[in-house]
Design a binder for this molecule. Structure first.
Ligand SMILES: Cc1cc2nc3c(=O)[nH]c(=O)nc-3n(C[C@H](O)[C@H](O)[C@H](O)COP(=O)(O)O)c2cc1C
Length: 193
């Protein structure tokens, strides 16, 4: 069964590199016949958090927030594509995530694809995301998709320059699909809140 998956990418940096990983993940999801939507904070320009979406009367939030809320609510799960800024979560990503909550993310799985230009593949930011994502009601699956030396590992169109990333993505997405399908079935019977 096709799933609706939102791929949330979190850099607005000039010359950003993570688009390579985000495009790769979106392409892989499409190969698997899923509806994959890339959420790019450059296209969806949110302010620095002033008021989360849930504090607006229904339908009265700024258009960018309403648009994102609709995309996120429709999704069966989320793949977070995160770089590592000073061993932490990039601010545009945290800002985007903090605008939304249970209504959009609740009782759906997340998965973390992390990257950096260094040898550790952004795993230190991924460990911080492990703490944040359950609080947003979208616990992350066990397997990570870390990409080291992102500038050498993928080209600008999201094609891997190292074939091992295809195999790693298969394992990562097999596991993510399992959780997304299981939680989709479970949500049909209701959620605790
Ligand atoms: C403010 C800043 C902090 C960074 N800190 C780290 C870091 O702690 N560890 C690391 O491996 N790379 C670090 N980098 C390099 C990033 O891995 C690299 O710039 C990456 O491409 C950032 O993601 P982006 O291109 O999607 O913005 C940092 C880059 C910036 C701009």
């Amino acid at each position: 069964m096709p799933l609706n998956i939102a791929v949330i990418y979190g850099s607005v940096r000039e010359g950003r590199l993570g688009t390579r990983v985000a495009k790769f993940i979106v392409n892989k999801l499409k190969e698997r016949k899923h509806d994959a939507v890339l959420i790019d904070p450059v296209e969806h320009r949110l302010p620095l958090l002033e008021k989360p979406h849930k504090y607006y009367e229904p339908g009265t939030a700024p258009e960018v927030m309403e648009t994102l809320a609709k995309i996120l609510t429709k999704a069966d799960g989320f793949i977070i594509v995160s770089g590592e800024y000073n061993h932490g979560i990039p601010p545009a990503l945290k800002n985007l995530l903090d605008h939304f909550y249970t209504k959009e993310f609740g009782f759906k799985p997340s998965a973390i694809a992390c990257y950096s230009i260094g040898p550790f593949g952004g795993v230190r930011a991924a460990m911080q995301l492990r703490a944040v994502l359950p609080e947003l009601k979208m616990p992350s699956i066990p397997t990570l998709f870390p990409v080291q030396k992102v500038h050498e590992s993928f080209d600008e169109n999201g094609n891997p320059l190292d074939d091992s990333y295809n195999e790693k993505a298969d394992k990562f997405l097999d596991e993510f699909e399992w959780y997304a399908n299981a939680m989709k079935e479970a949500r049909k019977k209701g959620t605790p809140y």
